[in-house]
Each structure stands twice: as C-alpha cells, then as structure tokens.
Ligand binder design. Structure first.
Ligand SMILES: [Zn+2]
Length: 474
C-alpha cells in the first residue's frame, strides 16, 4: 500500500442509526466527516466511552454535514483528547452547533452528578463524557465555510457543501482528492437527506456526482405514505380539543420540529381550520433554535413557503416564548384553550413533564405526539395506550386524549432516498450505506442494486476500507 492510497474508516453509524463518524485518510492527512455520539440502548451508548481507534491529535480537520447531536455530539470528547484542527460547517450549522453542544455538555455533567449521587456507576467518581469547558473549547475551532463553491480544506483536498433539506443548514459534502499524478477522485457523504415538498425546509439538492458515495439509510425500508395529510391530522385533533376548551400539549424536539409545528399552526389558524388560540413555546432550546431559524431565512436555507409578501411567517400571530424557568411556571396558572409546545419530544425529561403532570388527568386536554417515540420512553407508553404514566415518582392516570402525528419525519423515506440517488445520472462505482438499522439498510441496498444497477455495501463498525481503486486513483 503506497502513501497515496485512500482509506475510509467507518467509526460510527455502521449498521445503526446514531454515532455518525467517518475518517478519510487521503494525501497524507486525516479528515473526519461528522463526529456524533451514539444514542438509544445502553449497549450503544457505551460505545461513546471507548477510545477511538485513532488518536484524536492525528486528525487534521473535521467537516460537518449538519448539527444534530448524533453527528456532532462527540466533538468535545475529541477536543478533550487532543484534537486541535478546524471544524468546518455552514453558518447556520455553526449557530446550531453552539446551542446544541453547550446543552449536550450540561446533560453529560448532570448524568455524572446523578450517577455519583445514586452511586450506580462502576467508576468512582463518575466523570462526564465531556464538560462545558470542553464544549466551549470546541466552539473556538468552528470555521464557517462559503457555501457557494469549492473550499480548499487541505493540500490536494477540496470540499463542497450542497443543501440536503433535512434541518436548517444541513448539507451533503463532496470531497475531491487530487492524486500525485494530478488525477482526481470524488467521494460524497450524503449526511441526512430530508424530504421533498415539506413545509419549512427546502427539497434536497440533486446528488453531486462522485465515484464513491456514503449514503444514509434511516428509512431505507419504508415510505412515509400518508392516508391523511399532516395538516388534516392536526386540524381534526386540535380543533376538537380547543372547542371543548382544553389545552393542547405538543412534546417536540427543539430544533426543526418545533419550528415546523408553529409554521403549520399559523397556516391552520389563517385558513380557519382551527380556532385562534395562544401558542406557547416553552423550552429555552426551542426559543433559541427558533431565533436561529429566523436569522437564516434567505432562499438558501429555508423553503419559499416561509415568506409572504417578503415577510417571514414562522409563527402564528399570538405566540408567547417562555425562556426562563419563572416564565415557564406562569403557565401552570393559565387555564383554558391554548397550545403548549415543549421539550423533550419523547417525554423523557425537561419542562414538558411538568405540563404533562398537570394536564394528563383531564379528558378535555390533548397530547399530540409529533415524532418517533423510542421503546422505553413515556411517549411510547402513552402511544401504546398505557392507562398510567410515572412522572417524578408519581403514577398518574392518563385521561387526556392522545394522538400521534404521522408524516413529519425529517428523514427521506425509501422512495425519496431513491429519488435523491437517481437525481444524478452518473452512477457511483461504489456505494456504502450507513446510518440505518441493518434491515432498513439492506432493503435500500437491494433496491439500489436492482433498480439502479449500483454496487452497494454495508460497512461494519471500525472497518477501514481501501477506496483508491473505486475513486479511480489506483
Ligand atoms: Zn440528522
């Protein structure tokens, strides 16, 4: 193997959805693409604690596709372990990274404190995966790229970011490698691919041409086909609740989902499909994220549908933002028809629990589950019709109406992934599917092989493959 061989290491999101982390060894340099944490089951979360199979100080730079925590949450750990290079991303992603990493560090610190208090950790004292200090140091390494063309990222390496329509600032990344003889090869990392024709976020841009493609496969096994549109689902349930003078509680992820919901609520009120009611956004993260969305509303970042006569229309007319805990508590005294959007989205923690405690026992009220509910969460328990729910050590009867919205996912379904794959005429010589459970990834792999004639593989965790030939650089 010569020094000019190009190697690609898959250090996360291999046959699973979280922990996106790739390492490209090319032109004598190490370029990381995303650095996410593993989430979900304990066996996965444990992977966050292993030392990566490469020393952090040997990584020259990291390029980010987007700011979700399963793509950026490992950065402070790498910085803590000696990574000193630049972290390159779009301007909107940089703002979201700042917000999300500081929050993630706080969660790591709280988890460690909690483990020490109840002594359930094997380690004494339990340490956080990283601290707020590490997160702050990480933010200093952020560098905003120019999204309008190629960016020189290192000797004989350049990269280009193209919109992926998944969340604000999300992109696919194309990396062009120039070999010693002057010939070039290109690899594309899809990042997370968004949906077509959705409110708020623009459609994914066509797939950039490349010899090698690393593509997500979260919903590789199924489509988001809907019998009833999201607007109709929301209008029916919410108007029913407001008309009986109940309160609507929507647990929602702070970034992307909350903004999509306020945007749809505004439209439904304007169309007279739901009664006018005050909307409360009760989550400092969601309020901050909404501010970031509001600052990046040019055509580059958000869909044209968020503008009316040049004015942004992210919010209904009557909206109240609750940032401080004191302001949040005022909601406890407010009665009558209103809509509260609060985090976390799966009812696992956060302010939403206080509202749930107060509202779940009354038949007038409505809980709207607006996203995926993982097994083991309160959201899942309610979704499955459990009659009681345990909050802060108290068992409470579930009497409020509960509905689950379908179709708001930020991830392309199978047919949309295929549409994106086919949006460039040139076939990649080699495609790797990542960021999906094996069943979903295999389903997409077979479809790509059968319908597009592609050559597709599913790498395993920590597998490092020689892609020199596939890039045409052999
Ligand atoms: Zn994502």
């Amino acid at each position: 193997m010569s020094i000019d061989n190009v190697l690609l290491g898959f250090h996360g999101a291999a046959r699973t959805v979280t922990g996106s982390r790739y390492l490209l060894h090319a032109c004598g340099q190490r370029t990381g693409i995303d650095a996410g944490i593993f989430q979900g089951y304990r066996s996965l979360r444990r992977l966050n604690w292993r030392e990566p199979p490469y020393p952090a100080h040997t990584v020259d730079r990291i390029l980010l596709t987007h700011a979700h925590i399963d793509h950026i949450g490992f950065l402070p750990r790498l910085v803590r372990n000696g990574f000193k290079g630049p972290i390159l991303c779009t301007d909107a992603s940089a703002e979201l990274v700042r917000l999300l990493l500081m929050d993630s560090a706080k969660i790591q610190e709280e988890d460690a404190r909690h483990a020490n208090k109840y002594r359930y950790s094997k380690h004494s004292p339990a340490l956080p995966l990283y601290s707020s200090q590490d997160a702050k140091a990480t933010l200093k390494q952020l560098e905003v790229i120019d999204p309008n063309g190629w960016v020189d990222v290192g000797p004989r390496l350049r990269a280009r970011w193209t919109g992926a329509g998944h969340i604000l600032g999300s992109c696919s990344i194309e990396i062009e490698i120039t070999a010693n003889r002057g010939n070039t090869g290109t690899i594309v990392f899809s990042g997370d691919i968004g949906r077509y024709d959705m409110p708020l976020h623009p459609d994914p841009q066509p797939r950039p041409e490349s010899q090698v493609l690393v593509c997500e496969s979260t919903y590789g096994g199924r489509n988001h086909d809907l019998d009833v549109s999201v607007d109709d689902q929301m209008a029916t349930a919410i108007s029913r609740c407001l008309e009986r003078r109940g309160t609507v509680l929507i647990p929602a992820f702070a970034v992307g989902r909350s903004q999509q919901l306020t945007f749809i609520l505004r439209r439904l009120m304007l169309e007279g499909r739901i009664p006018q009611a005050r909307v409360h956004i009760d989550s400092p993260m969601a309020v901050n994220a909404t501010g970031i969305y509001g600052r990046h509303m040019d055509e580059h970042h958000l869909d044209a549908d968020v503008f009316e006569d040049g004015r942004q229309v992210l919010f209904p007319d009557d909206v109240e933002l609750h940032k401080t805990a004191k302001h949040s508590k005022e909601l406890n005294r407010m009665r009558g028809p209103r809509i509260i959007i609060s985090a976390s989205g799966m009812l696992t923690a956060g302010r939403v629990l206080h509202h749930l405690k107060r509202l779940v026992g009354d038949r007038k009220n409505l809980v709207v589950l607006a996203g995926y509910q993982a097994p083991g969460t309160r959201g899942r328990a309610i979704l499955e019709g459990q009659r009681t729910v345990r909050i802060h050590g108290q068992d409470l009867a579930v009497r409020a109406e509960c509905v689950s919205l379908h179709g708001l996912s930020a991830h392309a379904g199978q047919s949309e992934l295929m549409r994106w794959a086919a949006s460039c005429e040139t076939k990649p010589r080699q495609t790797f599917l990542t960021h999906g459970e094996p069943e979903a990834a295999w389903a997409l792999a077979h479809k790509m092989e059968r319908e597009l004639g592609w050559n597709v593989d599913l790498p395993e965790l920590d597998q490092t493959l020689d892609i020199t030939d596939a890039l045409g650089l052999g």
